[in-house]
Design a protein around this ligand. Sequence first.
Ligand code: NAD
Ligand code: TYD
Length: 357
Amino acid sequence: MTETIFVTGGAGFIGSAVVRLLIETTDYNVVNVDKLTYAANLSSLLPASDSPRYTLEKADICDAQAVNALFAKYQPSKVIHLAAESHVDRSIDGPAEFIQTNINGTFVLLEAALKYWKGLDDASKGLFRFLHVSTDEVYGSLGTEGYFHEEHQYQPNSPYSASKAASDHLVRAWHETFGLPTVITNCTNNYGPYQFPEKLIPVVILKILKRERIPVYGKGENIRDWLYVEDHARALWQVVNEGHLGETYCIGGECEKRNIEVVQAICNLMDELAPDAERGKARDLISFVTDRPGHDQRYAMDIGKIRQELGWSPAETFESGLRQTVSWYLENRDWWQAILDSRYAGERLGTGQKQAG
Ligand code: NAD
Ligand code: TYD
């Protein structure tokens, strides 16, 4: 019988890359459990969504009744849990949704998975896996030296990272206390096609296209370690199949860049791929703006464990991944224009002035 896998948050940026990968390269039935928040885009799932092996279930992971019913209906052998509120700036303006979905939602999902798992026969119990997808931001901020790794101390600084840290601890506890077969991944900043234009890389591309100022927070000296989203999706599939139960795997692109370097690289690519001689060079649009409150200085990941234990490593370099990403946004105007017209027009978020409480 064909096995079924749940992907929560499958209409989001990373979730849609996972769904596309699973439909293209495996025989699994894929059930996308997604509330379809502002961050969801069903058009990111084409052409996977045409497959008879793909099903969308619009559901809130905080709704225990709905989630229990989905486990009973589909009898999944694996869960890849990506559903979350994911944007740091929005967590500064309104943390409540982050607490609700990232903490309570993960709790509801764990309880439903546990109840379902306990009712399985021994063979199915042995097969079942729950993969929780988390972030390197739970580890806090690095100075100029050192790297995050699986044993690194948790020290989250934003409402987003604190809520993800809490969810990681819940997953760990459900494994240690109840024996639920879980694995956790913590990854660095993703980039690539289909990323919602609130995150740095699509923000910069679209600001340049519209010839608007490019907002660089602070001095642009903060460092992120960039991971191409399709490399990440591949890693998640490997971890859910081959990862050791109760373990954490850190995933990263081995690609540390200062924000200003990222912005300049995008400016250069835009001048090459979408030149606008009349309106000047893209880099003239760079504008340093008030910093994000609690802005973590540096993230960088040691990926030794996943490389050695599972043989995974990133395939894309930042240069190749960024070129593909910029080209994709240039070729897929309909995808992002629909978002700009209806949901998010590119205004500054996360100054802390709009705290909703
Ligand atoms: P995203 O914001 O693009 O998508 C999140 C998806 O989850 C959306 O489709 C949304 O509709 C869905 N969702 C939100 N609340 C829900 C709820 N209550 N019930 C059901 N569905 C709900 O996020 P992303 O960037 O794809 O991130 C996916 C996961 O990876 C998140 O858990 C995030 O914390 C983690 N992560 C992301 C990054 C990154 O750089 N994007 C880095 C590290 C970790
Ligand atoms: P972001 O894409 O929001 O990811 P995260 O906060 O999870 O790392 O931001 C990446 C970096 O870029 C971060 O240091 C904040 C900075 N940034 C800007 O300078 N300008 C922007 O408009 C945005 C959205 C982010």
